[in-house]
Design a binder for this molecule. Structure first.
Ligand SMILES: [Cu+2]
Length: 454
């Protein structure tokens, strides 16, 4: 398959000759020669039957939810064509990748919208390797059919140059909730939050669709994604443990085993499960409410039959540091001290969120110099957890909840209520890079700032 550059070379056309020198490389499709793209995504309404009689009308990619698992080689240029068959402009964000700001999928960074009933073509160089994903980056502002409330999400697995492949089977599991409505939760002065009716892993609710079929003795790699718009999800598989090998797609220093695997919004975890307890089991949300809505999938060993078994898991809080090392961190070149607060919505509107007492678009930019290392100190002075996401960079956890750690590289850090954490990143991808809470209502209502290169 030819990429655009190769196509131009192959046809003898020069960029200047086609007038492309003056065009950015995300030009509308009409202006480009029609080489077949490496990746083609079509955004369109879709109906997903997650359970018998439960048909979810939403918007998805290529007629399915989740979208197709995209697999490409790290560093290998790929052309992407996005068609938007909906009535609203859209954006596809390549979450966790180091792609240019003008294709990253954030309007705030300057990525042009894919117009309603229009198309755009991009070139991306997938990196870094690991379990990434793609999703819409449109705001919802409380319109619950918009943004990450809908079915626009899918895995993007960037293959490393050499793959250890130390497993017998691999499954991609994306968790999502459906049927959002406005609800009142939390303290008396709180604003609107979200309640859901249904949940699924991939396109099926628990007990519907095919089980995951395994054999005794197999090592099964589960790649989890929390594709919820708003909620943490804790997973458990009775009788088994999750050996976490990567967080947000990045290998962890210590492959620790956990009984409960908790992911904040947009987090991923790759875990190996040794299938050594034959039976039929529920792999599901630890929360009865979430699992009752359908958040789960059946694991069925060969030659085993019967009702899937669930055993109430112990309450074990998530602790990133069990996967970390003890290396010393070099002194950073600069520090950003960021305090997060909530302005309550008083039951009549949505809560607003501030970073150092300012809400987007008035938040102060974080100005960095290329090649320097920066520490971000997060002070969460709210009663909510926040999945903090930095675009176009990975960061290393330095400390969380007062515990030091090293070597855990992530693009989302879920910070607990009323707690502090520190991360560090190297400013090695010039261009605008959004920093925001990935909880849809939080990013919609102020919880964003921009990293700018000086
Ligand atoms: Cu938040």
């Amino acid at each position: 398959m030819l990429n655009r550059r190769e196509f131009l070379v192959a046809t003898g056309a020069s960029a200047a000759g086609l007038g492309l020198a003056s065009l950015p490389h995300f030009s509308p499709l009409a202006a480009l020669p029609l080489a077949k793209p490496d990746i083609s995504l079509r955004i369109a309404p879709v109906t997903v039957e997650i359970a018998l009689g439960v048909a979810i009308k939403t918007i998805g990619y290529n007629g399915k939810v989740p979208g197709p698992v995209l697999r490409t080689r790290e560093g290998k240029r790929a052309t992407v064509e996005v068609h938007n068959d909906t009535d609203m402009p859209e954006l596809v964000h390549w979450h966790g990748q180091f792609v240019a700001s003008d294709v990253d999928g954030s309007e705030e960074e300057g990525t042009p919208l894919v117009p309603a009933h229009g198309s755009r073509r991009y070139t991306i160089v997938p990196a870094p390797s690991g379990t990434r994903y793609y999703h819409t980056h449109m705001a919802s502002k409380g319109e619950l059919e918009r943004g990450t409330f809908n079915g626009q999400f899918g895995f993007f697995y960037v293959e490393p140059k050499s793959e250890p492949g130390n497993y017998d089977q691999e499954f991609f599991l994306a968790a999502h909730q459906w049927g959002p409505s406005l609800a009142h939760k939390g303290p008396q002065n709180n604003g609107w939050e979200i309640a859901y009716e249904h949940a699924s892993i991939n396109d099926k609710a628990l007990g519907h669709g095919e089980p995951i079929r395994v054999k005794k003795g197999q090592r099964v790699l589960l790649r989890f994604l929390n594709a919820s718009a708003t909620d943490d999800i804790a997973f458990a598989l009775p009788g088994h443990k999750f050996k976490v090998i990567a967080l947000d797609g990045n290998p962890v220093p210590v492959q620790a085993e956990v009984e409960i695997l908790t992911l904040g919004v947009a987090e991923r975890a790759d875990a190996i499960v040794e299938m050594n307890n034959p039976g039929v089991w529920v792999l599901g949300a630890a929360s009865d409410e979430d699992r009752g809505m359908g958040m789960g999938v059946v694991i069925e060993y060969a030659n085993e039959k019967g009702e899937p078994a669930w055993v109430k898991p112990p309450k074990i809080p998530w602790d990133y540091t069990v996967f970390g090392g003890q290396a010393k961190h070099p002194e950073p070149d600069g520090t950003f001290d960021l305090t997060f607060k909530k302005i309550p919505g008083e039951r009549v509107t949505f809560n607003r969120w501030t970073i150092n007492d300012k809400s987007w678009p008035d938040t102060d930019p974080l100005v960095v110099q290329a090649g320097k290392r920066y520490r971000m100190i997060f002070r969460n002075q709210t009663g909510d957890t926040h999945p903090l996401h930095l675009h176009r960079h990975s960061f290393e956890i330095v400390s969380i909840g007062g515990k030091p750690t090293s070597g855990i590289m992530k693009d989302v850090l879920n910070i607990a209520r009323f707690s502090e954490a520190e991360v560090e990143f190297v400013a090695d991808h010039p261009g605008l890079s959004l920093f925001h809470c990935h909880m849809q209502l939080h990013m919609d209502f102020g919880f964003m700032a921009m990293v700018k290169y000086a």
